[in-house]
Design a protein around this ligand. Structure first.
Ligand code: ZN
Length: 434
């Protein structure tokens, strides 16, 4: 029997709090899970700094990746006997589902922002480079690794396969919404996935939803909308993330200014220089980052020391509503006042913006072109979801943005010149009410 068809003697199961069990029968999947590159995902939290706000959110990218695999496995099981579905794609879909987040690093969002990295680029490199994962995929058949990489990059020729892993209703989103809701303990994020899986149909190059399942899909879209604003963009989580990005900026700046570190930032050097090799990238996980932040609390540099102490001990920045587009003058005044008070505004005065588009109909040529969800009506015709559902129509194509200004209130209160404190608080808090 060829490697690609090899089955385990006994089915293996992972106990999972969201899907109850994750079932593995294929030797290839079992071998991929055992690789160091996949095991590394155990040491990277799915939600980065969210556990600062929701203490239960300690789950890893490993959990999520297994979950996405399991959902795709169930979808394919339902598709098996349907026209338009080519069963040769089964293993390709399962591998792409399992490996879709393989390139995520620790605190991806902040690292990507500061060092201009892209986790998708690393996912491609791990699948195509000199890695254990690559060897297993090429054993399936030469060129298979490239196919898996193409499905994840959404460039694979069969769009039906791509849409299972990434579309506006895909296995990735269905897993993370439920998983993140479960681990944060919030009551949003729940929807009837079993129902959605039962009404999914493969039609030509896309997955559509039988119209009788529309309400389950509405629920899913609203869950996503609420999870973004209640969990993913939570201002306290963002405060921790702001501090994290400032630590990375400060460490880079100090390194470039020949500062004498007590603990040299050896694991960060290639990140500072913007030339990160795959081997170095794979070495960095959250334990390493925490190790540095823990010891940098003893550095001589006051800013690095203070920021690390804040991050490790949850002494976060406070925030107020602040729109930088409308409050440019306030921004410039605050910047100067912070300087006058001896607080470096480049590290202690930060505007952070988050925005989300909950669902979108098809807008060809636009920057974020998204494939819409189609309903399959009883007369076998297709109709775009927002044209049929009033609830979805209400939030379709509407981007919401939230701006906040972060600052350390404790440092402000410690300023000796009380006139400056008064001026700063007047600006910060007068606008909040308006
Ligand atoms: Zn994912």
């Amino acid at each position: 029997m060829s490697y690609k068809d090899e089955q385990l003697h006994e089915e293996k199961v992972f106990k999972d709090p969201v899907h109850r069990y994750v079932h593995v029968r294929d030797r290839v999947i079992w071998d991929l899970i055992a690789t160091p590159e996949f095991q590394r995902l155990r040491r990277i939290k799915q939600l980065g700094t969210t556990n600062i706000t929701f203490h239960g959110a300690e789950h890893s990218r490993f959990n999520h990746s297994l979950g996405v695999y399991e959902i795709v496995r169930r979808i394919i099981y339902n598709f098996q006997d349907r026209a338009h579905w080519n069963n040769d794609y089964r293993l390709l879909c399962l591998c792409a589902a399992l490996l879709h987040d393989l390139g995520h690093g620790p605190f991806s969002h902040s690292f990507e922002k500061v060092f201009k990295l892209d986790h998708e680029h690393f996912t491609q490199q791990i699948i195509l480079g000199d890695t254990y994962v690559n060897k297993i995929l090429e054993r399936v058949q030469p060129g298979f690794a490239q196919d898996v990489a193409d499905v994840i990059a959404k460039t694979y020729s069969d769009k039906l396969v791509v849409s299972l892993i990434s579309s506006q209703i895909d296995a990735d989103r269905m897993d993370y919404l439920q998983r993140d809701a479960y681990f944060t303990g919030v009551s949003y994020g729940h929807f009837d996935m079993e129902r959605i899986l039962r009404v999914m149909r493969p039609i030509e190059d896309q997955v559509v939803i039988k119209s009788s399942g529309m309400h389950a899909v509405e629920d899913y879209i609203m869950s996503r909308y609420q999870m973004y604003w209640q969990v993913y963009f939570h201002p306290v989580t963002r405060s921790a993330e702001v501090i994290l990005t400032k630590i990375l900026h400060r460490a880079k700046y100090l390194y470039e200014s020949d500062y004498a570190f007590k603990l040299q930032p050896l694991h960060f050097l290639s990140f500072f220089s913007g030339n990160v090799s795959l081997a170095e990238y794979l070495k960095l996980d959250e334990s390493i980052v925490h190790y540095y932040f823990q010891l940098w609390q003893e550095e001589d540099d006051e800013i690095l020391r203070d920021l690390c102490e804040r991050f490790m001990n949850r002494r976060l920045f406070k925030y107020v509503e602040f729109n930088p587009n409308k409050q440019m003058n306030d921004w410039m005044k605050l910047y100067q006042l912070f300087k006058d008070a001896g607080i470096d505004p480049d590290y202690y005065l930060v505007v952070d913006s988050s925005s989300d588009l909950p669902y979108d109909f098809y807008r060809p040529g636009e920057e974020e072109e998204r494939l819409p969800i189609h309903l399959l009506l009883q007369n076998e015709t297709l109709k775009e979801l927002s044209r049929h559902s009033d609830i979805v129509e209400a939030i379709s194509g509407k981007k919401r943005t939230d701006h906040k200004l972060y600052f350390p209130k404790d440092l402000l209160l410690a300023i000796k010149d009380k006139a400056i404190v008064q001026e700063i608080t007047d600006i910060l808090y007068s606008k909040e009410m308006s």
